[in-house]
Design a protein around this ligand. Structure first.
Ligand code: ZN
Length: 133
């Protein structure tokens, strides 16, 4: 399999509007897209830094993954997303190597990317997302 680059870093926040006061107001980055991903129960905001992005994740429901993350660990880094070449093959490859998948097949994520998550138990504690355009 081939990992091409870090596509984005996912950061759980309680409020995108509040978080943008820091990311835009202090750091001077620019949010270029906010969208809701209904099946993940999140609103996402994207900011570009050079070749990679920050994805701010705000829960739209009390029982979503982001709500649970914030409840357990507070706001902060939630996942790292790697751009891979051939996401289905990449998933089959890591699965064959014994890693546990959260998504056995890719699904549509924010920014119309095909995404799938690997279980942090298999990735040294880092919730890992594979994505492909
Ligand atoms: Zn992500």
């Amino acid at each position: 399999m081939k990992v091409k680059k870090i596509e984005h870093i996912g950061i759980a926040v309680k409020s995108i509007e509040e978080a943008l006061k820091y990311y835009e107001g202090v750091l001077g980055l620019e949010c270029y897209n906010i969208e809701e991903v209904a099946d993940q129960k999140v609103r996402t905001a994207f900011l570009r830094i050079g070749d990679i992005k920050i994805e701010l994740l705000e829960s739209t429901s009390d029982d979503g993954a982001i709500a649970r993350h914030i409840e357990k660990r507070g706001e902060g880094v939630q996942h790292i997303a790697f751009a891979v070449e051939g996401i289905e093959e990449a998933l089959a490859d890591v699965s064959a190597k014994g890693l546990q998948l959260i998504d056995s097949k890719p699904r549509k994520g924010a920014e119309n990317l095909n995404i799938a998550f690997l279980h942090p138990k298999s990735t040294l504690g880092v919730l890992t997302e594979f994505c492909e355009e």
